[in-house]
Ligand binder design. Structure first.
Ligand code: PLP
Length: 490
């Protein structure tokens, strides 16, 4: 009977740069022997392989550098990290080692920014691109930063009223402003125009009425973000073109305008078969932007991106043990995992996201078709197809060997899964947050591992749920922040 490794080698070009199998028939991920990590820490286990973050940032910089060189593009490229994809300090600190900037989306990002500044990880020159629909405390933080001399903090106006707050509260001499333009959604979406940003029709008036008359404010940046990501589709190119024509039109009214932010959405690998041509895509973006500017006799803009998934997605993985197998009818075999898809990989459940999924051990065993089941009682807590196939295969368990252990891993899960599924709170069927291990390379290139968080215990849940008498009823679960006005705390 064919072995699991034969199946993979027939289906893909395997090993890949990232995945390989060692002499013990165990999977390696970026040369990390995953069985050793499992032996040390157990499962379920979330891991972050930190070197991937820098690799991707540097790759993106090279892509834009190459493209700009190829077309003799005169603008600059600035890489921002979109904090919402993973807010963890170890992620942002790793990213900041690669000379990058930040994009924020809520008031609650700002204490992170302040901490990074206090610790010398960013400076007042770091670009902080402030996106999102802004509630009063977010507006306060932004104004505080501007007044405190964060010269590259750029509020990106998301609606027509936002500017009024800055007009009334910002005292800094020079304030750079951005406007997010509301793009049209993909034709298959439930509505036409994104609710995020200012519609095309209102942009000129917003500039003429509110920004231009104010000598301290400069409109520096137009921002757009395509929800479905950077893809070589007619829809993407038509939205980019429309956006660039608007940029050129506005540039003629507003000479200070000199930058565009093309958002996030750089794709990541969700299958071992993957042939997205990153360089060709970036080349085409640069070529199009330049072509439209030349056609309109306008200098090309500096380009910002705010890649979230691309920065952090491929650094993450989550490893499970198969704790049981259940044959529910003649054709449906279930492998039960020691975790849950709904709570720990919510994108797989909520939007049908596929990840690279591979067994960690027993690659020399015969394979069988399985459904993977999560521990919650929700029937939707399962995973049974892959992005390249309607079927999902795993090494067959040896019925005669009760001690046999089977582990599996989901890879490239580093973006958004904790922000959507929560981290250490209350989740479906009280499934705990798994332990979290950081993997890095030391200065000599040796792998290091560090336990960032233990598996969540019952005590933290009891407290949240009000079972611990020491917690008074109205006491907030999360200690309220003091006002962290940037100016006050100098
Ligand atoms: C304004 C904005 N920028 C950047 C991003 C990051 O997108 P991605 O993680 O696809 O790169 C998002 C994601 O929702 C976003 O809303």
């Amino acid at each position: 009977m064919k072995r699991y490794i034969d199946l993979i080698q027939q289906t893909f070009e395997f090993p890949t740069r990232e995945f390989g199998v060692d002499a013990r028939n165990n999977l390696q991920f970026n040369n990390v022997p995953l069985m050793d990590v499992i032996k040390k820490y157990g499962t379920p286990l979330r891991l972050s392989y930190l070197p991937k973050i820098g690799e991707h940032i540097e790759h993106s910089k090279v892509l834009f550098k190459n493209a700009m060189k190829k077309y003799n593009y005169k603008g600059s490229y600035t890489y921002c990290y979109c904090t919402k994809s993973s807010h963890f300090k170890f992620i942002i600190e790793t990213a900041l080692k690669h000379n990058i900037h930040l994009e924020t989306s809520s008031a609650f990002d700002m204490p992170l920014v302040k901490t990074l500044f206090d610790e010398g990880k960013i400076s007042k020159e770091t670009f902080i691109i402030c996106n999102g629909h802004k509630r009063p405390n977010y507006l306060e933080y932004i104004s505080g930063m501007l007044n405190d001399g964060f010269v590259n903090c750029i509020p990106v106006l998301d609606n027509l009223g936002e500017i009024d707050y800055y007009i009334n509260n910002v005292t800094a001499e020079n304030v750079n402003i951005g406007i997010r333009i509301a793009t049209d959604e993909e034709p298959t979406f439930s509505f036409y125009t994104s609710r995020l940003g200012v519609r095309y029709k209102d942009v000129d008036d917003l500039y003429n009425d509110k920004i231009k008359p104010n000598p301290h404010f400069k409109l520096k940046m137009l921002h757009f973000f395509i929800n479905s990501g950077i893809k070589d589709t007619a829809y993407y190119w038509s939205e980019l073109t429309r956006f660039m024509f608007k940029y050129c039109e506005l540039k003629k009214l507003c000479p200070e305008l000199d930058s565009i932010d093309i958002g996030g959405g750089m794709p990541i690998q969700t299958s071992i078969v993957y042939n997205f041509d990153y360089q060709a895509m970036v080349d085409e973006i640069i070529e199009n932007v330049q072509w439209i500017c030349h056609k309109n006799n306008v200098p090309v803009p500096n380009i910002f991106t705010e890649f979230g998934s691309y920065t952090v997605g491929e650094s993450g993985a989550i490893l499970y043990k198969i704790i049981d197998q259940k044959q529910q009818n003649d054709r449906e075999l279930w492998y039960m995992i020691d975790g849950s898809f709904i709570t720990q990989l919510p994108d797989s459940w909520g939007i049908g996201q596929k990840y690279i999924m591979l067994p960690i051990n027993n690659w020399d065993a015969p394979y069988t078709k399985v459904n993977l089941g999560g521990l919650t009682c929700d029937s939707a807590d399962y995973y049974n197809t892959e992005s390249h196939s309607e079927d999902l295969y795993m090494p067959m368990l040896d019925d005669n060997n009760p001690d046999e252990e089977q582990y599996i891993g989901f890879f490239h899960t580093g973006a958004y899964q904790e922000s959507l599924g929560g981290y250490g709170g209350i989740q479906h069927c009280l499934i705990p947050a798994p332990k979290h291990v950081l993997i890095d390379l030391d200065e000599n290139g040796n792998l290091t591992t560090e336990l960032f968080a233990k598996e969540q215990g019952a005590e933290s849940m009891m407290k949240i749920l009000g079972y611990r008498s020491e917690r008074k009823k109205a006491e907030p679960l999360i200690v309220q922040d003091e006002n962290i006005n940037f100016q006050k705390e100098k």
